[in-house]
Design a protein. Structure first.
Length: 133
């Protein structure tokens, strides 16, 4: 089982989209986690709408706080603008994806962020050998 952790500040946009795409595109040998260093109270409505447009329902997801154990169990840790809030463990794969924060952005802008994230997730899964069919 391969485990990927997606982390952003509020866990209300970027990391939620990335996790949803990983679940959608990944195989049954993939565990997906997402969390935030300062989680919001709810998901960004524009993010929920943008994901619904591509057939992925994340409306029931809730932002959650990043815990050290999340990082400990992950094989790959993907951060998105949360700085140094993520603990570092030797032997883990770390990537920092520079992405526009969808907070306060129009649906049109969020669509572009969504599409960027989808491509990055597909590439990540391919490199980890967990791409679904």
């Amino acid at each position: 089982m391969t485990s990927i952790l997606f982390v952003c500040v509020h866990n209300a946009g970027r990391s939620q989209m990335a996790a949803a795409f990983a679940r959608s595109l990944g195989s049954d040998t993939l565990e997906v986690l997402s969390a935030g260093s300062e989680p919001a109270s709810s998901l960004n409505p524009a993010v929920v709408a943008a994901m619904a447009e591509v057939g992925i329902d994340i409306a029931g997801k809730k932002p959650r706080l990043l815990e050290t154990d999340d990082v400990r169990v992950a094989d790959a840790v993907i951060t998105m603008g949360c700085g140094d809030a993520c603990p570092i463990f030797p032997g883990k794969r770390y990537e920092d994806w520079e992405l526009v924060d969808p907070a306060g952005q129009s649906l049109e802008v969020v669509r572009g962020i969504r599409d960027d994230i989808r491509g990055r997730v597909a590439g990540l899964l391919e490199s980890l050998g967990v791409r679904g069919g």
